[in-house]
Design a protein around this ligand. Structure first.
Ligand code: HMG
Length: 399
């Protein structure tokens, strides 16, 4: 018989501050549809995506993540941050953790454990849980969780319009100002090949339709375990945030949950209220892999249909391969004054559109792998950039 899972922590631990960062360039998917000879509605309506973030050569997961984290540290300081977890599936080194580069850029204390965590898009959720467990075990400590990814598929493949990039940073503490995590979770793990990226490839390999079926079936597996652990039903959640490889999947997910619960098919107004507010940002950035579900949370909190104070949000995290978790949290009273809403909106509004040719040039731009010295021209971006590579070593600098 399976046991229900409750995280061994006090209930009042969670996300104290959360901030995201996206690259400053963007490709409109109508441009891509035109070049690929596809009806633009397939992208906008069929998969629910409008634009994809484009990463210039002087940005990588380290700069995206450090750029996301800096506003948090400027507001909350660096004291007692004892753990820095970096969740990613776009690693830049097989040995050294990306968190160590960020540790230096962000001026974190030497008494801070730094790790990189991997399980496809699921790693940030696992990191958040591990960070919360550390905070529970060491009262007064805080942890920083970074999630950053650059989603790449082969040019002209079905996955191409779902590409994206971005980073989320979360400060985890006791008495959080933004979201207290509920202790219950529902997990599901299975060894499958739905999406993967062997070490010799820059682009992911994917069985797209199979991955979507697995996403939806693991949602129900994880939900059932969460429900058994928490005793909660759908109506106990004011909103839902799903992992968003493309936003249409959120509608499919909620409909699947309703079917599994024997609830009536949701009305369009219900979907608009419960699901849609969490989708706005992802429609504009594309898949941000590990950061997705937390980008969805930012989207919901930055522009909610009604005040969220004291409301419970259901969260579903899926990582191909595969690992799924359904969990939840309660948005804290007064949280709005601790959000980075203006900074998030400003980044989305200020992006520079690229042409198809520029997109393809950037896509094919190869960072030298022979150890030759390389200097990156400065592009628009956040406070940190990748300046160059020398003797196989990446050199980062403040802008
Ligand atoms: P596809 O196979 O080219 O698309 O790519 P399709 O033919 O299935 O069409 C998609 C939808 O558009 C369909 O709607 C069509 O009817 C509709 P549905 O039947 O699904 O409701 N459509 C139109 N709608 C309006 N006007 C039109 C039109 N034409 C068609 N003219 C696929 C879709 C998702 C497979 C592809 O984008 C892909 O391979 N993506 C990458 C993999 C992926 O995103 N998988 C999702 C689950 S796995 C996951 O989430 C993990 C991941 O994030 C990685 C990780 O964990 O690390 C990916």
């Amino acid at each position: 018989m399976e046991r229900c899972y409750k995280h061994p922590m006090a209930t009042n631990i969670g996300i104290d501050l959360i901030s995201f960062h996206i690259p400053s360039y963007v490709l409109d998917l109508s441009v891509l549809a035109d070049i690929r000879g596809v009806d633009p509605n397939k992208f906008v309506i069929g998969i629910g995506q409008e634009r994809m973030a484009i990463v210039p050569p002087d940005q990588d997961i380290v700069t995206l993540a450090a750029n996301a984290a800096l506003p948090i540290l400027e507001r909350a300081g660096r004291d007692n941050i004892e753990l820095l977890l970096f969740a990613t599936e776009s690693g830049i080194d097989q040995s050294k953790a990306a968190s160590l580069f960020c540790h230096e850029l962000l001026g974190l204390p030497a008494s801070c454990r730094c790790l990189e965590v991997k399980e496809a898009c699921y790693a940030a959720t696992a990191s958040l849980r591990m960070a919360a467990a550390m905070v529970a075990a060491r009262p007064g400590s805080r942890a920083l969780v970074l999630a950053a990814d650059i989603a790449r598929y082969d040019l002209a493949s079905p996955g191409e319009p779902t590409q994206g990039a971005g980073a989320v940073a979360m400060l985890v503490s006791a008495n959080p100002r933004v979201m207290a995590l509920d202790p219950e979770s529902g997990f599901y793990a299975e060894d499958i090949m739905d999406f993967w990226r062997p070490n010799y490839r820059e682009e992911a390999l994917v069985d797209g339709q199979y991955s979507t079926r697995m996403y939806l079936s693991t949602l129900i597996e994880a939900w059932n375990r969460y429900k058994a652990a928490s005793g909660r039903g759908l109506a106990d959640h004011a909103h839902f945030c799903f992992h968003l490889p493309f936003t249409k999947i959120a509608y499919k997910s909620f409909e699947r949950l309703c079917r599994a619960e024997g609830a009536p098919r949701p009305e369009p107004e219900e979907l608009e209220r419960l699901i849609a507010p969490a989708l706005r940002y992802n429609r504009q950035t594309g898949n941000t892999y590990t950061a997705c579900v937390f980008e969805a949370l930012c989207s919901l909190m930055d522009d909610p249909p009604a005040p969220l104070d004291g409301q419970r949000v259901g969260m579903f995290s899926y990582g191909s391969g595969c690992m799924a978790e359904f969990f939840s949290g309660v948005i804290q009273p007064g949280h709005r004054e601790h959000l980075f809403t203006d900074a998030h909106r400003g980044q989305l509004e200020d992006r520079v559109p690229v042409t198809y040719r520029q997109y393809e040039d950037i896509f094919n731009y190869g960072v030298p792998t022979d150890g030759a010295d390389h200097i990156f021209a400065p592009y628009r971006g956040g406070p940190f950039r990748l300046a160059g590579i020398k003797d196989h070593k990446r050199r980062y600098e403040p802008r």
